[in-house]
Design a binder for this molecule. Structure first.
Ligand SMILES: Nc1ncnc2c1ncn2[C@@H]1O[C@H](COP(=O)(O)OP(=O)(O)OP(=O)(O)O)[C@@H](O)[C@H]1O
Ligand SMILES: [Mg+2]
Length: 249
């Protein structure tokens, strides 16, 4: 599994934090890691982007950006408005493939959700995944609304012949509500892919030592940790549902 695409249901859902946790565990296991952010938007020259955040949290990874566009927009739109060349899926695949010859693991973090466009021809991260033959890790929110967005994402993967490695919850709340608790059982079901972890809310604000010490408890063995979906779901299993018309008195 040298190249893994880290995508998800949208923006600001924890892709960078999940990428950092996967990278931290790989580094702890003695593997070399590269992190590729093909298009970094919403960040000016010299400002830290997502790969800087992964480096801060995870440690010594090779961090690569192919392009940076200042406006916080989809890469295709941001590139056009900046009159800069866009990043094409072929370039993403080529860069990731080259990094894979030099590293044990290459994590490619998309921009926003899976079908966000990178160029005017409609190229997406899914096209890069197909060119690479790489599996896609789907990062998803914990609460209400995540089932539909996650199902749409994995359906789009399947429609393109792509492999959904699994789903990771980007930010698991300290006080999960009923929807989040029920989603632990429903997410893997609607996704047709296993739940491979849940990053606690607030983890992205931890210092590097605490983040690296915690990562193994947030991700499943498939991603290098010892998190168990069954144990986690049992811990947070909701009580019996309300039955209409029946008194609980
Ligand atoms: N588990 C978490 N703990 C703390 N903060 C988090 C967590 N998950 C996400 N965040 C915060 O939420 C914001 C968005 O998270 P993140 O940058 O990982 O999202 P993203 O999916 O990578 O977004 P983008 O599409 O912009 O790359 C960040 O400010 C991040 O610090
Ligand atoms: Mg990010």
């Amino acid at each position: 599994m040298p190249v893994v695409i880290v995508s998800g249901t949208g923006t600001e859902i924890g892709k960078t934090v999940v990428t950092a946790a996967v990278a931290a565990l790989a580094l702890a296991g003695g593997r070399t890691v590269a992190v590729l952010k093909p298009a970094q938007t919403g960040v000016g020259p010299g400002e830290p982007g997502d790969t800087a955040e992964v480096t801060r949290l995870a440690g010594a990874v090779t961090a690569v950006e192919l392009a940076r566009f200042p406006e916080p927009l989809a890469p295709a739109t941001a590139a056009a408005r900046a009159a800069l060349p866009p990043v094409r899926p072929e370039e993403i695949a080529e860069a990731a493939g080259k990094l894979a010859t030099e590293h044990d693991l290459v994590l490619v973090e998309g921009a926003g959700g899976l079908l966000v466009r990178f160029d005017a021809a409609g190229g997406t991260l899914a096209d890069a995944a197909r060119l690479l033959g790489a599996p896609v890790l789907v990062v998803a929110p914990a609460g209400l609304g995540t089932l539909n967005a996650t199902a749409l994402t994995t359906e789009a993967l399947r429609a393109r012949g792509l492999d959904a490695l699994g789903v990771v919850i980007g930010a698991w709340p300290a006080a999960p509500d009923l929807a989040a608790r029920c989603n632990l059982a429903d997410l893997p079901d609607v996704a047709g892919a296993p739940l491979l972890g849940a990053i606690p809310e607030g983890a992205g604000a931890l210092g590097p030592a605490d983040f690296r010490a915690g990562a193994g408890g947030w991700l499943a063995p498939a991603l290098g940790g010892d998190w168990s979906a069954g144990r986690f779901a049992a811990t947070f299993a909701p009580g019996p549902g309300a039955v209409p018309g029946r008194s609980r008195a």
